[in-house]
Design a protein around this ligand. Structure first.
Ligand code: UD1
Ligand code: MG
Length: 374
């Protein structure tokens, strides 16, 4: 396990002060107060999750909820029962950190429950796809925000006579459902390597949070409607990043616990809800570039055009301790094919570094493109 002390240092020494620095740059006093309070609640959430995971894992193991570590098959480590579904601990603490926003709470809570049901019942893949649709119902029904998009300056007018603001009506709600299905499933299928599910969620949550804080500290922070969306998203992202970091401490190589679909679904839903209710879903999708690539590359197997086994993981060589690519079409195998065999730890680090690079590029592109919409 990555020493828990190191992760605590990462969380407390790097994350909190940088959030506070950006937070204190926010001119509006009420917004600044809300951000700093939420940051403090998240630090408590981080500590609580660290305490709760060891307690919960004993219960999931006793209830027969465990998995075998496939990337260690053939070694003694691969025979150990690893407690599954520990996303339950981080999810419950995350939900405790939120006080308001009933529709968002109901949706994320519903997804956490359905993810846990999937871990227990092992629902077939095709049925899994529609679970996020069910969970998003409270959000769809309660959604009262705009159902249009701002058209970039370059595309306005022209033969289609596009206005600056294009009303999409019911199509916008269909887009919301598709976004929810994509976010939840795309994290779930970029998985199977210790630390990867929680790691990618942590990186994306931090990217979203910094996007929110930077926007709030700029001129948009003074426009109530836009400010409230980013403030709401920051309220979701701070506890999400904090509880996910605590989960990562136990899920990091060699994993003591697996996060389960409980986590992948709830985390994907929390990110989607932040993007939808914060009105920056196009920026959110830019942070999901590795997941988009993985999803598109996986399509032939997802649609069974190419045979799709239950697990699309690499092959472990117990003699060398290295992972080798298999013919399965996902980013995990693609990275091994492009960069050569490596250990599970390095495979996770390589993919997370790529995720960070993509988020940084998206972040820079987003702020460079801001003028296109004015
Ligand atoms: C998705 C992927 C599947 C991948 C699995 C790994 C698709 C269509 N499905 O399926 O290819 O194998 O996630 O999570 O792309 N596990 C490990 N090491 C880890 C994490 C998980 O060995 O670091 C194994 C354990 O046996 C664990 C199981 O994966 O019990 C969990 O799989 P599950 O989340 O149920 O798989 P899916 O989400 O259906
Ligand atoms: Mg899964």
């Amino acid at each position: 396990m990555m020493p828990r002390a190191w992760l605590s240092i990462l969380g407390v020494v790097c994350l909190v002060p940088s959030a506070c620095v950006v937070g204190t740059a926010i001119a509006d006093e009420r917004t600044r107060y809300c951000i700093l309070t939420s940051a403090a609640v998240s630090v408590v959430g981080f500590a609580l999750t660290l305490r709760l995971i060891p307690l919960t894992k004993a219960y999931t193991l006793k209830a027969g909820l465990f998995g075998l570590d496939i990337n260690k098959k053939g070694s003694r480590e691969g025979e150990k029962k690893v407690p599954e579904s520990l996303g339950l601990a981080s999810g419950v603490v995350f939900l405790k950190g939120l006080v308001d926003y009933n529709a968002a709470l109901a949706t994320i809570c519903f997804m956490l429950f359905l993810g846990f049901a999937d871990d227990v019942l092992d629902i077939p893949w095709r049925v899994k796809l529609i679970l996020p649709c069910l969970a998003s119902l409270p959000l769809l029904i309660a959604y009262s925000g705009g159902t249009g998009v701002v058209v970039p300056k370059l595309m306005r007018g022209g033969p289609l006579e596009l206005p600056a603001y294009l009303e999409l009506g019911v199509l916008y709600k269909a887009y919301m459902v598709m976004l929810v299905i994509f976010c939840t499933n795309s994290i779930n299928i970029l998985a199977g390597v210790n630390g990867l599910e929680a790691g990618q969620t942590f990186v994306i949550a931090c990217a979203v949070l910094f996007h929110n804080l930077l926007t709030l500290s700029g001129p948009v922070g003074a426009v109530p409607l836009l400010r409230d969306g980013h403030l709401f998203s920051a309220y979701l992202m701070m506890p999400l990043a904090a509880t996910t970091l605590a989960l990562l401490a136990f899920n990091w190589y060699p994993a003591q616990v697996f996060v389960g679909d409980t986590f992948t679904y709830f985390a994907g839903m929390a990110l989607a809800v932040a993007g939808i209710l914060g009105h920056f879903s196009e920026t959110l999708l830019m942070f999901f570039i590795p997941q988009i690539i993985n999803f598109v590359y996986s399509l032939p197997q997802l649609f069974k055009i190419v045979p799709c086994p239950r697990h699309r993981l690499p092959r472990f060589d117990p003699a060398t301790g290295l992972l080798h690519a298999t013919p399965n079409m996902n980013v995990v195998n693609l990275v091994l094919r492009l960069l050569g065999p490596c250990t599970e730890l390095w495979l996770c680090i390589r993919i997370l570094l790529w995720q960070m690079a993509c988020c940084l590029t998206a972040f820079a592109a987003r702020h460079a493109l801001a003028g296109w919409y004015k």
